[in-house]
Ligand binder design. Structure first.
Ligand SMILES: [Zn+2]
Length: 235
């Protein structure tokens, strides 16, 4: 049986190219309507800064039965941070998020998290790390010993926006647990901006329809949708 997690990185628009918040304001309501309508609990890796600016969005995530998870404080790459800066990112974001709900799962911005900082996550009470991507070279390096359950993302988010003819064979070949990820800004039409192509191509209504048809593909196959916390419990 295949388990599928829909994960969402809740952050400013297409970092580090834009730092606006249209995703939180325009994209999130559409995404939450879609997941709630499909009866799927997602996992929302949220930056502390997003939670501080948009507490009502975080309340809706929690009240909808989704998992609230941590995506650092400011969306800076942990690979660029000193130990003290990394500690501040983890400490401040987890404090802000835990005002809303228990938070067990962590994902680093850009899926870049040096193993030397794993003890910080343990110290701040995290149980799950989703900072690796199966499609990134770092995933295939040996992992440092850690008490955390590591649940990597299965593929990069823009794959979901491909045409079904290209996308579906890729989706069907993924192994369980399938960890999909999307960003709220993908559901805002950014096609007329001069962003990097993968930040604007297929955004807006197309991205929303793509996520809906992706969910349908797995559901028709009889797969089970779980939050990242639930996947870790069953691992
Ligand atoms: Zn991110």
């Amino acid at each position: 049986m295949t388990t599928v997690s829909v994960t969402v990185d809740v952050e400013p628009d297409c970092p580090p190219y834009l730092w606006s918040w249209r995703g939180l304001e325009e994209g999130m309501p559409l995404l939450l309507d879609l997941l709630d309508g499909a009866g799927i609990s997602g996992t929302f890796f949220t930056t502390g800064e997003s939670a501080r600016r948009y507490p009502a969005v975080v309340r809706r995530i929690v009240e909808g039965g989704h998992e609230l998870a941590c995506h650092g404080m400011t969306h800076r790459a942990f690979t660029d941070l000193s130990l003290q800066e990394a500690r501040e990112e983890v400490a401040l974001s987890s404090e802000i998020l835990r005002d809303h709900a228990p938070v067990d799962s962590f994902r680093a911005p850009y899926l870049r998290f040096p193993d030397r900082y794993l003890p910080l996550l343990e110290e701040y009470g995290f149980r799950v790390d989703s900072s690796r991507g199966l499609y990134k070279p770092a995933h295939w390096r040996p992992s440092a010993p850690t008490a955390l359950t590591r649940i990597p993302a299965s593929m990069t988010s823009s794959v979901l926006r491909l045409s079904p003819a290209l996308r579906d064979p890729v989706l069907r070949a993924l192994h369980s647990p399938v960890v999909l990820f999307v960003h709220p800004w993908e559901f805002v039409d950014l096609r007329d901006t001069d962003l990097r192509w993968d930040c604007r191509w297929g955004t807006g209504p197309h991205a929303l329809a793509s996520l809906a048809s992706t969910i349908d593909l797995f559901r028709r196959r009889g797969d089970v949708f779980r939050t990242v916390r639930e996947v870790a419990l069953h691992a």
